[in-house]
Design a protein around this ligand. Sequence first.
Ligand SMILES: Nc1ncnc2c1ncn2[C@@H]1O[C@H](COP(=O)(O)OP(=O)(O)O)[C@@H](O)[C@H]1O
Ligand SMILES: [Mg+2]
Length: 250
Amino acid sequence: MDTTATHTTTAAPVVRIRSLRRHYGTVAALDGVDLDFAAGTFTAVMGPSGSGKSTLLQCAAGLDRPTSGTVAVDGIGLAGLSERRLTLLRRERIGFVFQSFNLLPSLTAAQNVALPLRLAGRRPPRTAVREALARVGLADRAGHRPSELSGGQQQRVALARALVTRPAVLFGDEPTGALDTVTSRGVLALLRELVDREGRTTVMVTHDPVAASYADRVVFLVDGRVSGELRSPSADEVAARMAGLEKAPC
Ligand SMILES: Nc1ncnc2c1ncn2[C@@H]1O[C@H](COP(=O)(O)OP(=O)(O)O)[C@@H](O)[C@H]1O
Ligand SMILES: [Mg+2]
């Protein structure tokens, strides 16, 4: 905590997105997006299929380069970075989890979690790996391979791996999309807890109104543009808004 900040100071957002455009040929996947993700907040991104949700996350996480516009993470503009610097920033400051977990099958849970530290050329301190696994409730599974873990447990390992470097922001693209309802709720409760307990800034794409209701804010995308948002949303409010968006004429 910065105790020198005055009460009137508004903290800079962890992620700042301005006039973001990403065109694929004639398709405008993102068509002018302005968004801020404040520190310690949990945001859900929703919208019809093809509305640009994944593209937004990929651009915000430095996995894709926008056609125009800017993304800043932790005050650092991504556009000006060389590939090498961008890779380093992604590795150190940005966590990403995918629907399909993307764990390496031949490595144990602990080895998967240690991977980002190894890639950064650090010798992974065993305590950091153990702590990361403990934070997701898997302290007793360190030696298990992905095939020996349930889907929910695999996603928890992926979360521990994404968080082991203590990134400024965690992105998830449908992180509960491959999980059954009960397991999915467990992972969402964990994401919520990490935000509340550790101040993890989290941005999650989902198509599930119940998943979105775990967030502080839901941002709706339509045709590559922000079409509105809800604060402290209930699942019913989100479902009603989504039904409206999906019925909207093209
Ligand atoms: N690599 C790509 N090449 C061409 N078009 C793409 C590519 N990625 C996404 N698109 C297009 O951009 C639009 C937005 O895609 P996406 O961000 O994946 O949407 P969502 O995640 O909301 O379903 C879609 O029309 C999609 O077909
Ligand atoms: Mg998508």
